[in-house]
Design a protein around this ligand. Structure first.
Ligand SMILES: Nc1ncnc2c1ncn2[C@@H]1O[C@H](COP(=O)(O)OP(=O)(O)O)[C@@H](O)[C@H]1O
Ligand SMILES: [Mg+2]
Length: 251
């Protein structure tokens, strides 16, 4: 096993615990388009980090790069998860290492029941949570376990997408706009669940257009603007800083 370099001194954050996931000077392209322009930040074990920024800032691209999807292509930089270099990995290897991306469109498989969607996540090791544990956290999914996944409400589909990630042995949950299109009461319900997931030691990066909801949930925030980090610090500080919010989040 390789030893993780100490990126803490460079990645401008004052957290005292060592970094668990380190992104260092990551550059990524779609073809010729230079999108992620030297991004560095740390995520600490068991914390929720809000990754924010305007539309097109590069949030989805950053999550995809961490999950090692083929697009965008990472041409420079390093990604380390708990002493393992992710930047040399393929997406399936990153998944085995414990990275789970829950994409914006949720990708629930229609024609399969809720339970079948979950069982499908458990067909290969490393297997994570049991169905019982998942239904304990998401009682709605338990109630609907025999229902076709495509007939669920938006909120339930989001819960299923998160639950499916937990059925894998996830270390870092990457959530791309989990609150999109959901009523405030459902957003609150999912936020409560994400808090419980954090209490169980899972690390989360949440990308959200609903920045206020994400900031209320998160411990820290990183703000991107045109593919670069413009803020890395406490989430509360962003909530308190009107100027910062207006400039980079338009809220
Ligand atoms: N598949 C793609 N091919 C080319 N450019 C893309 C692709 N996906 C996203 N982009 C561009 O990359 C930039 C960042 O996009 P994205 O990461 O989706 O931003 P965000 O998630 O912050 O809204 C945008 O300018 C977008 O147009
Ligand atoms: Mg996006």
């Amino acid at each position: 096993m390789t030893v993780k370099p100490d990126f803490n001194k460079n990645a401008n954050n004052a957290a005292t615990t060592p970094a668990y996931l380190s992104i260092w000077d990551m550059e990524a392209y779609y073809g010729e388009s230079y999108i992620v322009q030297g991004v560095s930040f740390n995520v600490h074990e068991g914390e929720i980090l809000a990754l924010l920024g305007r539309n097109g800032a590069g949030k989805t691209s950053t999550l995809r790069a961490i999950a090692r999807l083929s697009d965008p292509q990472v041409n420079h930089g390093e990604i380390w998860l708990d002493h393992q270099p992710l930047h040399n990995m393929q997406s399936y290897e990153a998944a085995q290492a414990g990275i789970a991306l829950v994409p914006e469109d949720r990708r629930i498989i229609g024609g399969l029941t809720v339970e079948e969607n979950l069982k499908l996540a458990q067909i290969a090791p490393p297997i994570g949570w049991s169905l019982e544990r998942v239904y304990d956290l998401f009682p709605r999914l338990g109630e609907r376990r025999k229902q076709d996944g495509s007939t669920l409400s938006g909120g339930e589909q989001q819960m299923l997408a998160i639950a499916r990630a937990l059925c894998r042995d996830v270390k870092v949950l990457l959530l791309d706009e989990p609150y999109e299109g959901l009523a405030p009461v459902i957003v609150q319900e999912i936020a409560k669940t994400l808090n419980i997931i954090r209490d169980q030691g899972i690390t989360t990066i949440i990308v959200e257009q609903n920045a206020v909801a994400a900031l209320k949930l998160a411990d820290r925030a990183v703000i991107l603007d045109t593919g670069s980090v413009v803020y890395d610090g406490s989430a509360q500080e962003v909530l308190d800083d009107e100027k910062l919010r207006a400039e980079y989040l338009a809220i």
